[in-house]
Design a protein around this ligand. Structure first.
Ligand SMILES: Cc1cc2nc3c(=O)[nH]c(=O)nc-3n(C[C@H](O)[C@H](O)[C@H](O)COP(=O)(O)OP(=O)(O)OC[C@H]3O[C@@H](n4cnc5c(N)ncnc54)[C@H](O)[C@@H]3O)c2cc1C
Length: 399
């Protein structure tokens, strides 16, 4: 336990055990937060105290130094317990994971300075001490197409001015800071960079999130009008966003795949529970639905675990990146299909508000919609199957 009352995780096993220990509480509160469309504050108080916000912080800074597969194991558990909580956690993890896993040598080779590396370490240390971060990339109309962002930044002396409006910012208003993607003003070609913007002056949250599923993610709109110091530019290099999307797709494309496999697992388990309670297990058609769902969830899980193994063993290779895109496609499609089938298996009573399957169905529906959407993942994999370069071969830019 640190002086801040936050547990210090000594191993990946401890992190997974913490997630398993907290899961019943998350699961118990999920209906309440969904019903009210509220940020799951108690869940995050517990995740913070358990030390899970520092999962990716390297050992040299006093953290656990988790690998990608360690994160996936935790996210599968959290997603099974409470999808929205796992999704907000995923945004924090994708930012801290990307910061922690980009080698210093690569940052320097791209032109990053010692000042940028020190700024990165300060953010990771803050996460270890319980700070929670959000990702503010998407915009209304533009979605996650980085090259078309309307949020811009400009240099002002050795500082930056950043202005724009973001949408779908999970955790908005409840986090300590935002990773904001912005386009360089007055440049013809899209130069898209990441900035760290602390919550506070110049950051205005508009409580706009009222959605079909993942209602408890507080994914509100956020307007930014801020002056930032030079070291707010992450990596210390402009133009990193589009490059990272291609070479480290696990953070942008697939880190939430584990969340949605968790949600699909919960839908299957909940349907089996309700079928047992209601004596529906005697129906062959219902058993077949459960059986198919079991196989589909297991296949999606294996896909996600295989992608995680590949990311840790050989990050950025074409094979690894295909595994990453495959995992996102499988997770999004399987979650939606399994939750829909489980709702139908149990029948109309499962569609009533208050039935856990109704909530899981709505949450599961969101996986395929998050970028890269299932259609976009399938296009990437289709191009690769045709022997084309899946990054360069698409007619429409993906980012
Ligand atoms: C629950 C939830 C939480 C979220 N949290 C965050 C968050 O914390 N931070 C954040 O930045 N964003 C977040 N998002 C936003 C999300 O990541 C997307 O940016 C957003 O859903 C894009 O929405 P859009 O309506 O613009 O659709 P688009 O993604 O633009 O899609 C519209 C249609 O066009 C298709 N399409 C899109 N691009 C291509 C292409 N290149 N080629 C072919 N077809 C294409 C899609 O498949 C889809 O059919 C969240 C979304 C959800 C649902």
């Amino acid at each position: 336990m640190s002086a801040t009352g936050i547990a210090i995780l000594a191993s990946a096993t401890e992190a997974l055990e913490a997630a398993k220990r907290l899961a019943p509480g998350l699961s118990r509160r999920a209906a309440h937060y969904d019903h009210r469309g509220e940020f799951p504050a108690e869940d995050f108080a517990e995740l913070r105290e358990a030390g899970l916000l520092g999962l990716f912080v390297p050992q040299r800074l006093g953290g656990l130094g988790a690998c990608y597969a360690d994160y996936v194991a935790v996210a599968l558990e959290l997603g099974r317990a409470a999808g929205p909580t796992a999704l907000i956690f995923n945004m924090h993890a994708s930012m801290t994971g990307a910061l922690a896993s980009t080698p210093d040598a690569l940052v320097r080779a791209l032109g990053g300075s010692d000042q940028a590396l020190r700024a990165r370490d300060r953010l990771l240390t803050a996460a270890l001490n319980g700070s929670l971060f959000a990702v503010a990339m998407s915009e209304r109309g533009t979605g996650a197409r980085l090259s078309e962002l309307n949020t811009t930044y400009a240099r002002e002396g050795d500082a930056f001015v950043l202005r724009g409006a973001k949408s779908f910012v999970s955790g908005a208003g409840h986090v300590d800071g935002y990773l904001v993607a912005a386009r360089a003003q007055e440049r013809n070609e899209p130069v898209v960079s990441y900035f760290f913007v602390p919550a506070g002056d110049g950051v205005r949250v508009e409580a706009s999130w009222d959605s079909l599923g993942m209602r408890a993610t507080a994914s509100h709109d956020v307007a930014f009008d801020v002056h930032l110091p030079a070291d707010a530019l992450l990596g210390g290099v402009e133009g990193l966003a589009l490059l990272l999307a291609q070479v480290m797709p696990q953070w942008l494309v697939a880190s939430y795949a584990a969340v949605y496999v968790g949600v699909a697992t919960a839908a299957l388990e909940e349907a089996a529970r309700q079928a047992t309670t209601r004596g529906l297990g005697r129906l062959p058609a219902l058993r077949a639905r459960l059986g198919r769902a079991d196989a589909e969830v297991a296949a999606a899980r294996l896909c996600v675990l295989e992608a995680a193994r590949a990311v840790d063993a050989a990050p950025g290779t074409p094979e690894t990146n295909r595994a990453v895109w495959r995992a996102k496609l499988m997770a999004g499609d399987v979650a939606a299909a399994v939750a829909s089938s489980m709702l139908e298996a149990i029948g109309a009573s499962a569609s009533r508000r208050g039935n856990p399957l109704e909530r899981l169905y709505r949450d599961a529906r969101c996986g395929a919609l998050q970028p890269a959407t299932s259609d976009v993942c399938a296009d990437y994999l289709g191009l690769a199957a045709l022997g084309a370069d899946p990054n360069a071969g698409a007619d429409e830019p993906r980012w």
